[in-house]
Design a protein around this ligand. Structure first.
Ligand code: SAM
Ligand code: SF4
Length: 332
C-alpha cells in the first residue's frame, strides 16, 4: 500500500501516540473505575488480534511512534502477549516505544516475556500498599500479587512507573510514603485525579482530591523541582531531590493540556476515539472488515478532521459522568 500522509488533526496537532484497549474486562473492580457488576462486551464484538495488529501497523506507517496497550486489564486477554510479540517487532522500525499499563496482578508470570518481546517500560497501577485498603479500593484485589509483579518486572529489566489515583479519605495519607517507596526503588510515581468516566456505584465527587492540595502537602516534606519533561499528555512533572525519581501529576480537571494533545485511542471493539472526554468516534472494525486498510485510512482521516479542541470535564458534574463509557473501555 502507498505511503499514507502523516496524521495531523484540524487543529494542526500531529498524532504520534496510539493507545489500544485490548479488552474491556478486568480481574479487579476499582471503585472509581468500574461498578461492582459490569456488563462486558460479548467476545464476538471484539477486534481479532490480527485486526488490532493490522490497524496498529497502519498507524505506525502513518507516523505513530508510541503505542501503549491498556484496557481493562490487558494481561487478562489470552492473546495479548501474541500482540506484544507482533508489535514488538516494529520497535526500532518506525515504532520508538511499545508500552503497557497494567494492574500488575499477572505481571509475575508475564514480565520476562514482555521484556523479551521489546517492551522497555510499563506503568503499574497501585493505589495503596496496605492490603486492606488495596482490597477495599479494588473490591477484592491482593496487593502482594501486584508487589510481586512489580519485583518481577524490575528483575526482568523493565522500567516501572507507578500510577496512583488520589482518593480523598481512602489513600491520601499514603501518598508521601508511596512517593518515597517508589523513588528509593528507582520508580517514578504519577498521581491521577479521578475523572468522570462511566457510571460507577458511588459519587466520584466524594472521593475527588485536587492534586493542587496534594502538591502542597508533598512540598512540605520533599524538595520538588519542576521538570520540563513532557509526554504531550496531561501530566506535569517534578524531580524529587531526595530520591532522584520523578513525580507526575495528571490533573485533567484542574489543569489544561489539550493544546499539545498528540494521542488517539482504539477500543477493543474497534472504535477510534480522538478525545477521552468526547463521544466522537469512527468505527475501524467496520472499516477494516468492509474496505480493508484503505477504508481504515479514510476513517482515520475523518476522525482527525473532527478531533475536538479540548475535553470539557468538570468537577461540578458530581455523580453524572462526562461521558458514558468507562476508562476501561477507552483505555486509561
Ligand atoms: N487495568 C490497567 C490498570 O489499572 O493499570 C489498565 C487500565 S486502567 C483503566 C488505566 C489507568 O486508569 C489506571 O491507572 C487507573 O487507575 C486509571 N483510571 C481508571 N478509571 C479512572 C477514572 N475514572 N479516573 C482517573 N483514573 C482512572
Ligand atoms: Fe481494572 Fe484498571 Fe479499572 Fe482497576 S483501573 S478496575 S485494574 S481496568
Amino acid at each position: 500500500m502507498a505511503i499514507a500522509p502523516a496524521l495531523i488533526d484540524r487543529h494542526g496537532r500531529t498524532i504520534r501516540y496510539l493507545r489500544v484497549s485490548v479488552t474491556d474486562r478486568c480481574d479487579l473492580r476499582c471503585r472509581y473505575c468500574m461498578a461492582e457488576k459490569m456488563t462486558f462486551l460479548p467476545r464476538e464484538q471484539l477486534l481479532a488480534l490480527e485486526e488490532i495488529a493490522l490497524i496498529a501497523e497502519r498507524f505506525i506507517a502513518r507516523g505513530v511512534t508510541k503505542i501503549r496497550l491498556t484496557g481493562g486489564e490487558p494481561l487478562v486477554r489470552r492473546d495479548a502477549i501474541d500482540l506484544v510479540w507482533r508489535l514488538g517487532r516494529q520497535v526500532g522500525h518506525g515504532l520508538d516505544e511499545l508500552t503497557m499499563t497494567t494492574n500488575g496482578t499477572r505481571l509475575a508470570e508475564h514480565a520476562g516475556t514482555l521484556a523479551d518481546a521489546g517492551v522497555r517500560r510499563i506503568n503499574v497501577s497501585l493505589d495503596s500498599r496496605d492490603p486492606a485498603t488495596f482490597r477495599h479500593i479494588t473490591r477484592h484485589g491482593d496487593v502482594a500479587q501486584v508487589l510481586d509483579g512489580i519485583s518481577a518486572a524490575r528483575a526482568a529489566g523493565l522500567a516501572v512507573k507507578i500510577n496512583m489515583v488520589a482518593l480523598k479519605g481512602l489513600n491520601e495519607h499514603e501518598i508521601p510514603s508511596i512517593l518515597e517507596w517508589a523513588g528509593t526503588n528507582g520508580m517514578d510515581l504519577t498521581l491521577i485525579e479521578t475523572m468522570p468516566l462511566g457510571a460507577i456505584d458511588e459519587d466520584r465527587a466524594d472521593r475527588f482530591l485536587p492534586l493542587t492540595e496534594v502538591f502542597e502537602t508533598l512540598s512540605q516534606r520533599f524538595t520538588l523541582i519542576r521538570d520540563p519533561h513532557s509526554s504531550g499528555g496531561p501530566a506535569r512533572y517534578w524531580r524529587v531531590a531526595e530520591t532522584g525519581a520523578r513525580l507526575g501529576l495528571i490533573s485533567p480537571l484542574t489543569g489544561n493540556f489539550c493544546e499539545s494533545c498528540n494521542r488517539v485511542r482504539l477500543t477493543t471493539e474497534g472504535k477510534l476515539f480522538t478525545c477521552l472526554g468526547h463521544e466522537d468516534q469512527v468505527d475501524l472494525k467496520a472499516a477494516i472488515r468492509t474496505g480493508g486498510l484503505a477504508a481504515v485510512d479514510a476513517a482515520i482521516d475523518a476522525a482527525l478532521a473532527a478531533k475536538p479542541a479540548r475535553h470539557d470535564f468538570s468537577v461540578e458534574r458530581g455523580a453524572a459522568p462526562a461521558v458514558g463509557r468507562h476508562m476501561s473501555v477507552t483505555g486509561g
